[in-house]
Structure formats: structure tokens, C-alpha cells
Design a protein around this ligand. Structure first.
Ligand code: ZN
Length: 488
């Protein structure tokens, strides 16, 4: 029997040392090392010296762990752009950077520690800095392995003292030019984590809220026909946050809508003409005879009696009032909503939100003072019913903002820097900033001589982020820069 035919021998193939298998996991590191040793990145830059500049400003990642596919894709795409520009004849340096401040780092460190408040703030900041450093180094390794070229030995880090000093310096410029003022502003707030949340840290989930229709009796005022409305009439508002009723400081009307006073078995009620049918079905009102029609703009400045507090709140105008839901009159609590806040600012309304970080009322009637807002919801509904101001009450399932970390419902709460950064206020006293007082004094912002804005703003400037707060070096660097700029 003849030998079986060996097909390979019948082919006329070129002879080569090139391996049949790529073995990339083995070979790529060797190639990268060779490029590194040859200082290829610098050579490319050198070859393009004097050519038109192209700079890709890299939005920095958070150094919170090893890179994932998203971080990898992001860096590879950017590297493609930089290399393409370089090949097209540009001088295209690439300076990688990392965002080392803020919640993402703090959350990871808290996880490692096993919870919030496990160590003193100064120690916590040290740990955050170390954590950020650790993952900057890890990222560097990972990005280099992806073949990304850049100034890896000298990246920009938002926690570097030089970087912070530049921010502080710019801020001082704004302050000296009078562009800085102190104010309050409503932010998303998690009662369970006692922290403000950025817009991006809020997730919408289904939530069942109480839905209530509430009467605010007319006191008087108003313009044109509206001025003739007597105090036997009540304006109607609708809300899903009964707990904000104590902080109501106005009723918003749409200037162009038609409003009507209707005679019902629950009294004479004022609301948008197009919402009368909705009111009837939601509040089980059988009869609604229209007594008069009015323009929204005529209610500006009219006074209404708060249902259980001895205050009167004004009629105000706002174009975000819609006819999709509610009564066409919007309950306005400037301490608890962006629209409310902005309209409130326009009318000079008080930004009233006396809640502590756990969402507990620090002021108010004994019925709800000392309770948290979610516990207070049914209490306030009962209070309204007892005062004869509750027209309707249902459960309402809707999409509501929740905390991304603990998945509890969040609230909108006016807060200021002191409230957000309580630990920070202790810093100048705690010796974290040995040079702090001297600087503050030098710029005429001494806390004793000018109590208020500048002093606290300084605290904010030097508090940016968790990782870079405690350093004499930071102050020295800042002072040096400032002096340098002044001398120029
Ligand atoms: Zn939370």
C-alpha cells in the first residue's frame, strides 16, 4: 500500500521565519516596550516640532478602579484622533489627566472602610488622595497597554496643588471683581445619605406619592375684575408633596390663561377654566357653576391665606404653569424646586426650607416639627383636612427622582455651602490650613473684621474635592502664583 499523500508537500510556499501564530498577548508587550525604549512619542513630537498645533483636551476619567470597556474605547478613540492628526502633519501632544475629586472617590473609599464617618475627616482626605493615586497608576498601566501614546510621566491631576492653586487664583479674581455672591439654591438631597446629589446622580423610579387638592382662601388685592373677588372664594392648588405646604410662599398663575370662580358644594373655588372638569372628577364635586371669568395676569399681587400658618402669600406669574395636571395654579415653595426658586427670586420671595440634613423640620407647627418630611406627609394631609382646606386626596404613582446610591426617594432642598460641607467649616480651626488665616487676612477677608461671604467662600475654594485639601504646600504654591501675577 502506498503512503497517504501529504498535501502540504504539494504546495509551493515561500519560506519565511514569520510565525504562523500572532501570539499577540506575548508579542504586544514586547512591541510596546520597544517603542517605549526608543522614546517613540518624544521622537514623533520632535519630528513635528514647529508644525501647526493640535491639542486634544481630554475629559479626565475618575481613578476609581481598573479601566472598563467604556474607558478603554474612549481612550482608544482619542488616541486615534491624536495619532491621525500627527500623521497629517500636526504637532499633536497628548496630556492625559484624571479627575481626582468628589463623590466617586469618596464612595469607593467609604466602601473600603465599610461605611460613612469611620475615620476623622483629615484622615479620610488622606485616604482619598492615596486611593486616587493608586488608580491613576493603574490606569496609566492599562492605557499604555492599549498602545496609547502620551505624556504619561507628567499628567494633569485635579488634586495636584498647582492645579488647585490655579482654580483658587481664578476664583479670587472673580471675587475681587465683585462677581461672587452668596445665595441659597435648591439641590437634590438624599435624606438617607445626608448629601446633595448632582443631576446625574439622580435616577427616576416609580414612586407612590399622596396627591392632594388644597384651598388657599382669597384675602384680597388683584387687578381689574380679579380685584372684585371676595374672601369667600378659595384658590385651588394640587401637589404630590404635602410636606412642602408649610414652606409655600406663593401661588403661581399663567398670565395668559383663563381662570374661573365656580360655585360648588365644597364652596366657591378659583382655578383655571380648563381644569374645572378635572377638579370635579378628582375631588368628587358634582356641581360647578361658573360665576366669573378672569385673566391669569390679574392675580399678580393678590393675597391668599395660607391654610394653616398665619401668613399670607402672593399671587405670582409664571409661564411654566400648564393645564395638563392640577388646577392651573401652582403651589410655589421657593426652597424646594428650581422653578419655584427662580420665580421666587423674581418676586423676592423667601427661600424657606428649615430642614436638617436628615430632612427633619427644624421649624414649624408642633404637629410636624421634629419629624422628617416623608413621615410628615400624612400629618400635613390631616392638618389640611382639620382646617377644612383639603378638597381631594388620592395615591398617585409616578416617576420620581431617587438616589443612585441607596435608591431611596430624594427631595429638593435649598441649601448653601455651609450646609453642604459641614466638615469643611472646621478646617481653619482644625489646623488643616496653617497658612489659611494669613492669606485671608492679606486679602482683607478676615473673618473677624468682615464676617460673611468672602470668608466662607474661601473655605469653599480650598475645599474643592476630598483629595486635595490639607496642605501648606497648596497655600505656598497659591501665594507664589498670586505674587507672581501681581508683579507681572
Ligand atoms: Zn441615598
Amino acid at each position: 500500500m502506498s503512503e497517504p499523500l501529504e498535501l502540504k508537500k504539494t504546495l509551493n510556499l515561500p519560506k519565511t521565519d514569520f510565525p504562523m501564530k500572532a501570539s499577540l498577548p506575548l508579542n504586544e508587550p514586547k512591541q510596546l516596550e520597544a517603542w517605549q525604549e526608543a522614546d517613540l512619542y518624544q521622537k514623533i513630537l520632535h519630528a513635528r516640532a514647529g508644525k501647526p498645533l493640535f491639542v486634544l483636551h481630554d475629559g479626565p476619567p475618575y481613578p476609581t478602579g481598573t479601566i472598563h470597556l467604556g474607558t478603554g474605547l474612549n481612550k482608544i478613540l482619542k488616541d486615534l484622533i491624536v495619532k491621525t492628526k500627527s500623521m497629517a502633519g500636526h504637532y499633536a501632544p497628548y496630556v492625559p489627566g484624571w479627575d481626582c475629586h468628589g463623590l466617586p472617590i469618596e464612595t469607593q473609599v467609604e466602601k473600603e472602610l465599610g461605611g460613612k464617618g469611620k475615620v476623622a475627616p483629615a484622615e479620610f482626605r488622606k485616604l482619598c488622595r492615596a486611593f486616587a493615586n493608586r488608580y491613576v497608576e493603574q490606569h496609566k498601566k492599562d492605557f499604555k497597554r492599549l498602545g496609547v501614546f502620551g505624556r504619561w510621566n507628567d499628567p494633569y491631576l485635579t488634586m495636584s496643588f498647582d492645579y488647585e492653586a490655579t482654580i483658587a487664583n481664578a476664583f479670587l479674581d472673580f471675587m475681587e471683581q465683585g462677581y461672587v455672591y452668596r445665595g441659597r439654591k435648591p439641590v437634590y438631597w438624599c435624606l438617607f445619605d445626608s448629601t446633595a446629589l448632582a443631576e446625574a446622580e439622580v435616577e427616576y423610579e416609580d414612586h407612590v406619592s399622596p396627591s392632594i387638592w388644597v384651598k388657599f382662601a382669597v384675602v384680597g388685592g388683584g387687578k381689574n375684575e380679579a380685584a372684585k373677588i371676595g374672601n369667600d372664594v378659595s384658590a385651588v392648588i394640587w401637589t404630590t408633596t404635602p410636606w412642602t405646604i408649610p414652606h409655600n410662599r406663593g401661588l403661581a398663575f399663567h398670565p395668559d390663561y383663563e381662570y374661573a370662580v365656580v360655585q360648588t358644594e365644597k364652596g366657591k373655588l378659583l382655578l383655571a377654566a380648563d381644569r374645572v372638569a378635572a377638579l370635579q372628577s378628582e375631588c368628587e364635586i358634582k356641581q360647578a357653576e361658573i360665576l366669573g371669568a378672569y385673566k391669569g395676569r390679574d392675580f399678580e399681587g393678590m393675597k391668599f391665606q395660607h391654610p394653616f400658618l398665619s401668613i399670607q402669600v402672593p399671587g405670582i406669574l409664571a409661564d411654566y404653569v400648564t393645564l395638563d395636571q392640577g388646577s392651573g395654579i401652582v403651589h410655589t415653595a421657593p426652597g424646594h424646586g428650581t422653578d419655584d426658586f427662580n420665580t421666587g427670586q423674581r418676586y423676592g420671595l423667601e427661600v424657606y426650607a428649615p430642614l436638617d440634613d436628615k430632612g427633619v423640620y427644624t421649624e414649624g407647627l408642633p404637629e410636624y416639627k421634629g419629624k422628617d418630611v416623608f413621615t410628615a406627609n400624612p400629618i400635613i394631609v390631616k392638618l389640611l383636612a382639620d382646617r377644612g382646606a383639603l378638597l381631594g386626596h388620592h395615591s398617585y404613582k409616578h416617576s420620581y427622582p431617587h438616589c443612585w446610591r441607596c435608591h431611596n426617594p430624594v427631595i429638593f432642598r435649598a441649601t448653601d455651602v455651609q450646609a453642604q460641607l459641614p466638615a469643611l467649616l472646621a478646617l481653619p480651626q482644625s489646623g488643616d490650613f496653617p497658612g489659611y488665616r494669613a492669606v485671608v487676612h492679606r486679602h482683607g477677608c478676615d473673618s473677624a473684621s468682615r464676617q460673611g461671604e468672602p470668608f466662607h467662600r474661601w473655605q469653599e475654594v480650598f475645599a474643592r474635592g476630598s483629595a486635595g485639601r490639607n496642605s501648606q504646600c497648596q497655600m505656598d504654591s497659591w501665594l507664589g502664583r498670586r505674587a507672581h501675577l501681581r508683579n507681572d
